[in-house]
Design a protein around this ligand. Sequence first.
Ligand code: OXD
Ligand code: MN
Length: 619
Amino acid sequence: MTLLDHPRADSPLEDAPASAPDAPTVHPAAVIDWVAELAELMQPADIHWCDGSTRERHELLQLLVANGTLEQLNPELRPYSFLARSHEADVARLESRTFICSAEKIDAGPTNNWAEPTRMRAELTDLMRGSMRGRTMYVMPFSMGPVGSPMAKLGVQVTDSPYVVVSTGSMTRMGTAALEEIAAGAEWVPAIHTVGAPLAPGEKDVAWPCNDTKYIVHFPETREIFSYGSAYGGNAILAKKAFALRIASVQARDEGWLAEHMLLIKVTAPTGRAYHLAAAFPSACGKTNLAMLSPSIPGWKVETIGDDIAWLRIGADGRLRAINPEAGFFGVAPGTSAKTNPTAMDTLWGNTVFTNVARTEDGDVWWEGMTSTPPAHLTDWRGNAWTPDSGVPAAHPNSRFTVSARQCPSIASTWEDPEGVVIDAIIFGGRRATNVPLVVEARDWDHGVFLGATIASEQTAAAEGTVGELRRDPFAMLPFCGYNMGDYFAHWLDFGRRLRRSARVPRVFQVNWFRKGADGSFLWPGFGDNARVLQWMVERLDGTAGAVDSPLGSIPTADGLNLDGLDIDESRLGELFAQDREALRVEADDIETFFATFGDRMPAELDRQLELLRRRLAD
Ligand code: OXD
Ligand code: MN
């Protein structure tokens, strides 16, 4: 057994040793033992147990400024806000370095990288030996979901990056309350993170320590997470993608619920009736914009519950309920503006950490798309002087803001409801220039699962890879499903069978805001006008909006979509819903090839759905 090979702890409450370094006020023995074992391996100079207090955050921010990791922005323009510039090679999630180390390779499936778990543990143990020398090990207990909610889950991450502590403090309920839950016996997921940059005595630190070697590794059976070498976003804030999606998706499979890459919104119609929608989109496809939408149609209101992750369960009342397990937003900055997302711009008024955006001469932030005319002089994300003639983006395309959800003016009063909100509809979307209409409604749950399983999207800058390349991203979970996606599809189908036995099965829709016309321009204005599509959906739920059948699903009747006040001509509207049978037959062949990669793990029902699509295309 290696040092990292500790049993998963369901910690009994025991007194801590009196001499525990910087000991917490509550004493979950299993966490204390785990930390002591890790400290022996990683050799930090210090251990700090995070309490999640404002004072602690303040001290860490000051330390990060002193270290050169953060620069404080002009407090008059952007109160108590900071800018980080990462290492040039540490700017996005690294899917090629992300591993699901299940005992059997087949259980990771064809969409995940797999490595033999014992060998991977040994390799990580070697890398982690002494990796925190000269640094402080921070111990961060956190709750995903409101502390004490029956839908919440606990975790503890150790890290040697104070930047990661500050980020986790915004993104989760981090600190003593979570540790108390663990001390009271709650199950917890251990997560180990190191930037892999030990400091020799007297060695001067760099602004963004990291290592050329990088690993983000998950052991699904024992629910453990290890991350080495990166301090960026999902690679390092392990509560987010690594726990709340990859490990949680495995927990969800085993416990009968869903952990999804979905935003959550509350939509209120002019009648005052409210609906809750969950929507899955691949990374950087506008989830934050939809979560904070300002409707262009009078009388409609959209409130935010979450912008990235949703955990869904069948509640005691038999209805589908969802929580946002996160407490903040780690949003993509470029493209965010007073026009595209005024609510996000208001959310970012202060108390925000920006990463890899550009800095203005007066000490504020800027990124591509924030204003139509860029400032004449900026400092770009690399720290270089920049002008509009520089020929490179001023902000990195995956530059981010990290901010507490509490600051969002459109946050719903129910966003922390421990029981979750009742979900009326589920939406799947992607970024598709062709083939996929503005909106279709699935015939039933199983057809909805087919729509989710066949999402394809043009790749964005959120992960390494070629931007714009089309890839299948089922349920927008391709980089985030912690097990074989064939089994994941089966889990969704099974979940629907359980829902059918309960009160009400939510409707399922597919949307595409990104379809382009023959001239290469976007056909749909998007943003606030997406509320028109939401209106059609909720009117479908109420049975008041018309729909016609089409090979891909039900689409709005000619007068079904509210187009009042929208300047869009008939032919462009036609193009938005066009279904080119020849192109869709080619797409069906591509889906068949994709499904075949799952071999006998592919549920027969989805092959049947493909066959039904082909028949409808042949009619
Ligand atoms: C994110 C992502 O950061 O999906 O949310 O990459
Ligand atoms: Mn995401």
